[in-house]
Design a protein around this ligand. Structure first.
Ligand SMILES: C[S@@+](CC[C@H](N)C(=O)[O-])C[C@H]1O[C@@H](n2cnc3c(N)ncnc32)[C@H](O)[C@@H]1O
Length: 267
């Protein structure tokens, strides 16, 4: 089976607009996490356009931040945002284009904290890719370093609606573009393949411009669905000890929220 993320991460300005509200929820969590762990060197896997990274740099701490992403468009946007930050902030950041299931960074073995936020782990489709990511990430940490993975908790009712057949089309939101230049409507439909544990999602973006013009584009996005024991096993077979699992960005205990945020530690 060929998995795909289509053009979903190539239209970065639309991505950034769509996930502004997500930042209100998860950025305070990541900031607090960095305050608790006081790392010197942090790596964000699948760092995207710097939605989280830039905010971490603006927060407390003077850690060096590295970011890795497979999409050059995302990294270009990250660099553009970074260029607006003070020079001492820019100097703390190094970005790499690469695949999180197969990366080798010069600071291998020196990271205190490696983050994999906001469902990005769902782009690891094959077991071999998942195991390679966890083992290699373990090797990139210094002893005692932590790997924190954040993904949604699978909702059986939600998945069953798309069980081996396309779901209804869901209205996902209505977003206003900058300066009211356009209104963007977002829809999704999904098909959940139970054997592969993968959601094949088709996103529709429909833009209504103030000029009267319209634009519509479709993108494909495949996401592996991680069940809790499966995710915990990935940590354990790679050598990590599991220090904590949170259920949401407000540090709820695991099982009381809609997420699984796992903190693994290299012994
Ligand atoms: C949901 S976005 C998250 C981006 C950023 N962490 C954030 O929270 O806004 C997922 C990101 O994963 C990246 N990605 C997908 N597959 C990847 C891979 N195999 N290796 C590295 N990055 C990948 C995409 O390019 C995209 O930027």
């Amino acid at each position: 089976m060929a998995y795909a993320v289509g053009e979903y991460y190539e239209r970065v300005s639309d991505y950034d607009l769509e996930y502004q509200e997500q930042s209100e929820q998860d950025v305070p969590f990541w900031r607090e996490l960095v305050m608790r762990f006081t790392p010197d060197r942090v790596l964000e896997l699948a760092c995207g356009s710097g939605r989280i990274g830039i905010e971490l740099l603006r927060g407390p701490g003077n850690f060096a931040l590295e970011g890795l992403d497979i999409a050059p468009e995302m990294l270009t946007a990250y660099r553009r945002k970074l260029a607006l930050e003070p020079e001492q902030v820019q100097r703390r950041v190094t970005l790499y284009e690469g695949d999180m299931s197969d990366y080798q960074l010069p600071n291998k073995g020196l990271f205190d904290l490696i983050l994999l936020p906001f469902n990005s782990i769902c782009h690891l489709y094959e077991l071999e890719q998942q195991i390679a990511t966890f083992k290699n990430t373990y090797d990139h940490l210094r002893p005692g370093g932590r790997f924190v993975v954040d993904t949604f908790l699978p909702d059986i009712d939600y998945l069953s609606d798309a069980l081996n057949r396309p779901s209804h089309v869901y209205m996902e939101g209505e977003i206003n573009g900058p300066d009211d230049e356009f209104t963007m409507l977002l829809y999704s439909s999904r098909k959940y393949e139970v054997i592969e544990q993968t959601q094949h999602i088709v996103w529709t973006h429909e833009k209504f411009f103030a000029t009267g013009e319209n634009e519509r584009y479709l993108t494909r996005l495949d996401m592996h669905v991680f069940f809790p024991r499966e995710l915990q096993l990935l940590f354990l077979i790679s050598g990590f000890r599991i220090d904590a699992i949170y259920g949401d960005y407000d540090w709820k205990p695991f099982g009381r929220g809609t997420r699984q945020i796992v903190v693994g530690r290299k012994s």
